[in-house]
Design a protein around this ligand. Structure first.
Ligand SMILES: [Zn+2]
Length: 160
């Protein structure tokens, strides 16, 4: 839900959250329907946490799209929908390197929605509270007629 709100908001308000240490910085940017995650091996002027918000710039293409096309020059077919990667080596010697990953907000929404769904599904698939299994130890009681789990001795109500 929060990601959906951020997505809608990104079309008029750009937000950047970053952190810079003495010799590295990381940042996340939300602009015009695209997200950018960056990591660099040099310090930014503003050390520590940094949060900036400003009106999303227009232009053609608007927002981050021009940057995506400029930085990820030989991007694959997924670049068309907003997935891109950029590696910038300012000094050409590895001392000032900036890596960026771009993805559309909808992809983040899908990821955030799918992850809990997969987790819940796994949880129930692996849980012993499935029909035909002992409720205390998960032992498979298929064919059990005694009503007592042979593995742990628990009384099993449902005979299978
Ligand atoms: Zn048992």
């Amino acid at each position: 839900m929060a990601m959906c709100a951020l997505w809608a908001q990104s079309y008029w308000t750009t937000q950047f959250v970053g952190w810079s240490g003495p010799n590295s910085w990381v940042g996340a940017l939300s602009m015009g329907g695209l997200l950018r995650f960056e990591r660099a091996n040099y310090a930014e002027d503003a050390g520590g946490w940094n949060h900036v918000r400003y009106a999303t710039p227009g232009g053609s293409p608007p927002g981050l799209w021009s940057e995506v096309y400029a930085r990820d020059r030989d991007g694959g077919p997924l670049r068309r929908v907003g997935f891109a990667y950029a590696h910038i080596d300012y000094g050409k010697n590895g001392t000032m390197v900036r890596n960026a990953v771009y993805l559309p907000h909808w992809a983040a929404v899908v990821l955030l929605a799918v992850a809990p769904a997969v987790w819940v599904r796994r949880f129930f698939a692996a849980s012993p509270w499935k029909a035909g299994r002992c409720k205390s130890c998960g032992y498979d009681l298929t064919g059990n007629v005694s009503g007592i789990c042979p593995e742990c001795g628990a009384v099993v109500k449902e005979k299978t």
